[in-house]
Design a protein around this ligand. Structure first.
Ligand code: CMC
Length: 427
């Protein structure tokens, strides 16, 4: 039986396309053959364009649903842990006990970085933004791990995935230690993934470091909530870079660059900067008015989302964790946290934000939580990158394991028509 078709009528010509159905979400019109008819589609910002087929993550922005391999994010955040979620994203199913333990052991035994990676850090100024260091150092991993660069070899891809997930916390903590002039801390295999990161961030060789279990759990949850988010800007960047055949470390480095911007992963840092700029509860209304003014490009950072036009499901979980952490560290009375809670209350009641469905997103709460854990603001996006690495790798691997084509968007050209070159003496 013939499948569903869509028809496009241009002047007196009718062009037919297949309509494809996924397991969830809107049907998709396959316009891939349209260029043969002499047309391109035009969709800047990819509002209506599915760029790939994927089985990993599903979002329903209107209903506020986020599923990793079919499992709701709320269940994973409260009942699972980050490494189990990594296994799920990479392999498609939850692990049994034996597979889980083997996976954790692989990750644990890939956490150290090559000694010469330290030399890279010395080339950066101490005040370099840690994201700048991370883009460079992660890209440089391809110069160290030649034994896993054959992207056509599934075993190489698997080990690259282990290396990336395992080494990101080590590199992230090194970025921080370098900036404050303290010695790099080696990973400790008896600690969990999040505890180990806290140890490498806040431990020193001078004394034993005991990670606070509440903070480690909160961090693990932040990692889980940021692990994947289907075809966002950085993931699409990773896929596009991957479609050229580039090695996985180069692709992830490209993703880190794309994540950095304040409209994407840089938002958690931007939230804290904004709260400091607002400074006092008495100034909130002034900033709300600025955010509403079409002639002012100020936006309330941590509010709104391209896909979620309902409460961001990650934000709900993060909000709870945020309060747990504030309680644990006794920061409820900190003026910045009080300001954030007041801003949230006022914005959620303001008709502009209500009508445009601009709810606080995950980064509104993750920024506040990370600050309470003691993570400096310029490390926030680095932590997002650390967590998102598994999503990038899973999406890259899915692409490479299936038939794929070089990503190459087209354009609506509005520049000059062909014209003749004029020598400088005649201009
Ligand atoms: N403050 C004030 N107005 C806003 C905001 C905001 N944060 N976000 C959107 N709007 C307004 C915008 O001005 C526009 O108004 P109008 O229709 O009158 O022109 C309307 O809402 C729709 O905005 P848009 O820019 O068309 O929506 P978008 O889907 O392109 O923007 C966004 C999504 C995330 C870039 C935007 O909401 C934003 O800049 N938010 C602040 C940055 C932020 O928190 N980003 C983190 C996203 S969550 C992390 C992640 O997944 O990467």
């Amino acid at each position: 039986m013939a499948g569903k078709k869509a028809k496009l009528i241009i002047d007196d010509k009718t062009i037919e396309f297949d309509v494809l159905a996924g397991t969830l979400g809107p049907e998709v019109i396959d316009v891939g053959s349209l260029f043969k008819e002499g047309y391109f589609t035009y969709d800047p910002g990819f509002n209506s364009t599915a760029a790939c087929e994927s089985k990993i993550t599903y979002i329903d922005g209107d209903k506020g649903i986020l599923l990793y391999r079919g499992y709701p994010i709320q269940q994973l955040a409260s009942q699972s842990n980050f490494l189990e979620v990594c296994y799920l994203l990479l392999n498609g199913e939850l692990p049994n006990k034996e597979h889980y333990e083997a996976f954790c052991s692989h990750i644990t035994h890939h956490t150290m970085v090559h000694e010469q990676i330290r030399s890279f850090f010395n080339g950066f100024r101490r005040d370099a933004h840690p994201m700048a260091i991370m883009v460079g150092v992660v890209g440089a991993l391809s110069a160290f791990y030649h034994d896993t660069l054959d992207i056509k070899n599934p075993e190489h891809r698997k080990i690259s995935a282990f290396r990336l997930i395992a080494k990101m916390p080590t590199i992230a903590a090194m970025c921080y230690k370098y900036s404050i002039g303290q010695p790099f801390m080696q990973p400790q295999n008896h600690l969990s993934y999040a505890e180990n990161f806290l140890q490498m961030m806040f431990g020193t060789p001078c004394e034993e470091f005991k990670p606070n279990p509440i903070l480690a759990r909160a961090l693990d949850r932040i990692f889980t909530l940021h692990a994947d988010h289907e075809q966002n800007a950085s993931t699409s960047t990773v896929r596009l870079a991957g479609s050229t055949g580039a090695n996985p470390f180069a692709c992830i480095s490209a993703g880190i660059g794309a994540l950095w911007g304040p409209a994407h992963g840089g938002a958690n840092e931007a939230v804290l900067n904004m709260l400091h700029e607002i400074g006092d509860v008495a100034n909130i209304q002034k900033y709300i008015e600025r955010a509403k003014d079409p002639n002012d490009n100020f936006r309330l950072m941590g509010f709104g989302h391209r896909v979620y036009k309902n409460y961001d499901p990650r934000a709900k979980v993060m909000r709870e964790t945020c309060h747990e952490v504030l309680e644990a560290v006794g920061a409820h009375n900190d003026p910045i946290f009080k300001l954030a809670m007041e801003l949230e209350k006022i914005a959620l009641q303001d008709p502009y934000f209500v009508e445009k469905k601009l709810y606080p997103n995950v980064d509104f709460y993750s920024g506040i939580t990370l600050r309470a854990i003691g993570i400096p603001t310029n490390m926030f996006t680095v932590i997002f990158a650390l967590a998102r690495t598994v999503g990038w790798v899973a999406q890259w691997n899915e692409m490479i394991s299936n038939p794929y084509r070089l990503g190459r968007p087209r354009q609506l050209y509005t520049g000059p028509k062909e014209r003749d070159y004029v020598g400088i003496e005649k201009r």
